[in-house]
Design a protein around this ligand. Structure first.
Ligand code: SF4
Ligand code: SF4
Length: 631
């Protein structure tokens, strides 16, 4: 991690997300709130580490909507606030953001949406640029870490001047690139706000008031389009070329490199404020070329708008991009994608022989064993999945967003659905209603707090028959161990009241609530069978802390035991352990199964799986369950 508090006028190598955090500190941040989600998480991680020292406030909120509302409340009280989320998290927040654009703000507020082209760690590739126009949210798109930092400062300035929230839209390659950034002065600090609306109806959005504020927003957007947007562009390359490239964000870097490599006579218009767009800038650019090639990831957002502008400014210009089949709409771009598109558009040969590279890499790849994502050694979800497979084999398994989504893999196959945060219980409601058959909804602890509770209320009130398993590993594990409302500490490392999941579930009216250590396979199987027999909603809380946290703590305490071993005299090579439990530490030697001591954490959970008691502790090995470790 880069030093977020390094002095001004020095260079620091920063992740794009750290640069955003630093930029917000330079812009005078007072309050930030977020829900973790890749690729946005490191912004909050970075702020959480310096918040106390600077006297600013940072929280991991229960979900993105609440995070937005926390930031809104602070901005309505005159402070400078920030909220950030992954692209699908933005969907959760939009109920608040659409109306926020009408309401405006008293201080200044910036919203970061980190999109994930290629769906590297997401369930879709949605392009959140569309939201900016739908909501009326001015949008800036950085193309590297330096710009990410600088644009956050610009965004706060524009927000303060026009009293509207500003959207910074990044993509994975901006969020996760690490490049040198020249730093400015930190001005962030504690801020005491005052909620004193200048007009009595400022924050009352209803009927005629909402219409009045809608008109006001449109006026502000027009002014930003006329006076601010034209500041945020640059034109590079050969000024006299009649071949133009229109681009923004990280795609600009690929386009620039591709033009250089292909030695192409072209000029590039890089747009940085991509809503509202500087129409005259685009129109003049299109008028100066015969062909415009649009380079942008995901949807043809710029391409469609360039076509609309061309109608008035340059009706004869050829606009090439996704709609003409020159560039793909699916997946992430690379410099290769752009070079191949340029070859199609101009007929020039690519300077790189990609077919040869493909041939060579496929030869290498054919020798590399496939490495699908797997649950960690000692992961409590593995034990829960093992028990579910054995005790509820015929049920419909509706999963959710979290590490346990990996239970869709063999040998478990107890996750048939992964959809949206909190959806497992809601979808389970529908499947139970439609089929009357056994339904098991799996949901993580953080996801339960985020969006699972209303669906559980729905299930109870509507008399559904279903079993909910809350996979409580006591942390938001998948995004890097952020606290959630069930944790007894907060994002700034202070003690905080923990909200008890069991109490929440009981208060909703669920009679059957059992807390089980998933490492106790027999108890877990018995509980699952019992729960499935119940009428109404039954809830099993599978509680054991994330194995990575346990291992770290044991290491700190100097208590790590020896890895487990397989007794070669007892192992019959039945492969039951491999075929039903699949800990990544298991090694199939072809004659027996062994345990790789460099991978095994020594939890002892697998000892219950072997029918021949061949998996045994070494002297000094800890059995986590018997010693009460991690529960
Ligand atoms: S289940 Fe036991 S006996 Fe069978 S292969 Fe694994 S360690 Fe050997
Ligand atoms: S003890 Fe068994 S389950 Fe635990 S990490 Fe080692 S091999 Fe995996």
């Amino acid at each position: 991690m880069g030093d977020l508090l390094a002095p001004a006028d020095t260079f620091e190598v920063l992740l794009g997300n750290e640069a955003i955090a630093r930029g917000s500190l330079e812009a005078g941040l007072n309050v930030a709130a977020a829900y973790p989600g890749t690729p946005s998480t490191e912004i909050g991680e970075a702020l959480s580490k310096v918040a106390k020292k600077l006297g600013i406030y940072f929280e991991w909120s229960v979900n993105e909507k609440v995070a937005t509302e926390v930031a809104m409340g602070a901005a309505w009280s005159g402070l400078r606030s920030l909220t950030m989320m992954k692209h699908v998290g933005f969907n959760v927040a939009t109920d608040a953001i659409f109306t926020l654009a009408y309401a405006g703000i008293a201080g200044a507020m910036v919203i970061v949406s980190a999109d994930d082209p290629h769906a590297h760690s997401s369930q879709n590739e949605q392009d959140n640029r569309h939201y900016s126009e739908a909501i009326g949210l001015p949008m800036l798109e950085p193309s590297n870490s330096q710009e990410a930092k600088d644009l956050i400062k610009e965004a706060f300035g524009i927000s303060d001047r026009f009293k509207v929230p500003i959207l910074i839209r990044t993509t994975t390659r901006i969020s996760h690139q690490r490049t040198p950034v020249k730093l400015g002065e930190i001005t962030a600090g504690p801020g005491k706000g005052k909620f004193a609306p200048k007009e009595p109806d400022r924050y009352l959005q209803v009927g005629a008031i909402a219409r009045k504020h809608h008109s006001e927003l449109l006026r502000k957007l027009k002014e930003i389009q006329m006076n601010v947007s034209p500041r945020f562009y640059k034109i590079e390359g050969s000024p006299d070329s009649d071949f133009g490239i229109l681009t923004s964000g990280v795609a600009y870097s690929y386009a620039k490199e591709a033009v250089k490599l292909a030695n192409l006579n072209a000029k590039i218009l890089k747009l940085t404020m991509t809503y509202p767009l500087p129409e005259k800038v685009i129109g003049d650019f299109l008028s100066s070329v015969t062909t415009a090639f649009v380079v942008e990831e995901l949807d043809p957002y710029l391409e469609l708008r360039a076509k609309a502008v061309a109608k008035d400014y340059a009706p004869d210009v050829r606009i090439l991009g996704k709609l003409t089949g020159h560039m793909p709409r699916v997946g992430e771009y690379t410099m290769r994608t752009v070079l191949e598109g340029l070859s199609k558009a101009t007929g020039i040969a690519s300077p790189i022989d990609f077919a040869k590279i493909d041939e060579r890499s496929s030869k290498v790849l054919s020798k590399v064993p496939p490495r699908p994502p797997v649950l960690c050694p000692a992961c409590p979800h593995r034990s829960a999945g093992y028990a579910l497979r054995r005790a509820a084999g015929g049920a419909a398994f509706i999963g959710d967003i979290g590490c346990y989504a990996l239970l869709f893999e063999k040998p478990f196959r107890v996750e048939q659905v992964t959809h949206a945060m909190g959806s497992s219980i809601g979808i389970g409601n529908g499947i139970s209603l439609a089929t009357g058959e056994d339904v098991v909804a799996l949901i993580g602890d953080s996801t339960f707090f985020h969006a699972g509770i209303p669906a559980l209320i729905n299930a109870v009130h509507n008399k559904r028959k279903m079993t909910v398993m809350i996979m409580d590993n006591k942390i938001t594990a998948m995004t890097g161990h952020q606290p959630h409302p069930g944790s007894d500490f907060n994002a700034m490392g202070e003690k905080a009241p923990a909200v008890d999941i069991e109490d929440v579930v009981r208060s909703i009216g669920v009679d059957y609530v059992k807390v089980v250590d998933p490492y106790n396979h027999a108890e877990m199987e018995k509980t699952i069978r019992e729960a499935l027999k119940r009428d109404g909603v039954s809830v099993i809380i599978s509680r054991r802390e994330c194995a990575l946290l346990t291992v770290r703590r044991l290491r700190r305490e100097g208590r790590v035991g020896e890895p487990y071993i397989v007794d070669p005299d007892k192992c019959t090579y039945c492969r039951v352990c491999m075929n039903t439990f699949a800990c990544p530490a298991f090694v199939d030697t072809g004659s027996i199964v062994e345990i790789d001591p460099t991978i095994c954490f020594g939890c002892g959970a697998c000892t219950q799986v072997c029918p021949y008691d061949a998996i045994i502790p070494q002297k000094g090995s800890l059995n986590w369950r018997e010693q009460g470790i991690g529960v």
